[in-house]
Design a protein around this ligand. Structure first.
Ligand code: SF4
Length: 219
């Protein structure tokens, strides 16, 4: 079976297995998405949610408020997330740069050419390609496919990309296999697969809906 055909079947099966939230239902202010994604780095979803909620109950999630926030107070709200001291510093730094360089607005994510908008985001302190791609896709529906730890792992186990591929190779490899309208679904469904079946340590091959298509399935 050709790789593209296999990629299509994988998506079809995952769409039957899991539901995908509507992109419009999670689209929001790019600064808020940026803050949430920074908090989520190396942190479980449940703790990211709690830390973000603590933060938003204490401060308005704006560059102005983050810049002025007391570092210790900021740390306190983020404690439930891992690396909270570092994340509090990153949030203050990133807010400062957005105020100084972009007049407090990330609206360029909607208007600049994709590569330029991506570069602007990745030039911010503490922002790597995954965070930039999440902001671009989730807020502005720009055609880029964020590769988080689940997307990376399952793409490799399924043989859609080479096992030694780095971030950019996985992103581009998946983008070639799917159409831009599918990037959001692929991102969300691969995460669902990784969380529910294709776990990092003990993948549930025997009950995985993709076992018939997967070269890594072991019975
Ligand atoms: S069969 Fe196993 S390795 Fe393949 S996607 Fe499913 S859980 Fe992952």
């Amino acid at each position: 079976m050709q790789k593209r055909e296999k990629a299509g079947k994988i998506l079809e099966i995952l769409k039957r297995e899991f539901s995908v939230p509507q992109l419009s239902s999670i689209t929001e202010d790019p600064f808020k998405v940026l803050v949430r994604t920074i908090i989520s780095q190396s942190t479980a979803e449940v703790n990211t949610r709690r830390a973000y909620q603590n933060l938003s109950e204490t401060f308005p999630i704006t560059p102005e408020a983050m810049d002025k926030a007391d570092l210790t107070e900021l740390e306190k709200t983020l404690r439930v997330a891992g690396l909270y001291r570092n994340k509090a510093k990153v949030l203050k730094n990133v807010a400062k740069v957005i105020l100084e360089k972009f007049n407090g607005s990330l609206d360029f994510v909607y208007s600049l050419p994709l590569s330029e908008a991506r570069k602007n985001l990745m030039d911010l302190p503490g922002v790597g390609p995954k965070t930039a791609d999440i902001v671009l896709l989730f807020c502005a529906n720009r055609p880029t496919l964020p590769v988080d730890t689940h997307v990376n792992r399952v793409s490799k186990r399924l043989g859609l990309v080479l096992s030694e591929a780095g971030y950019e190779d996985v992103r581009k490899g998946l983008q070639e296999l799917y159409s831009p309208e599918e990037y959001f679904s692929v991102h969300m469904l691969f995460i669902a697969l990784g969380r529910n079946y294709c776990k990092a340590l003990r993948p549930l091959h025997a009950v995985c809906p993709l076992r018939g298509l997967c070269p890594s399935a072991e019975f």
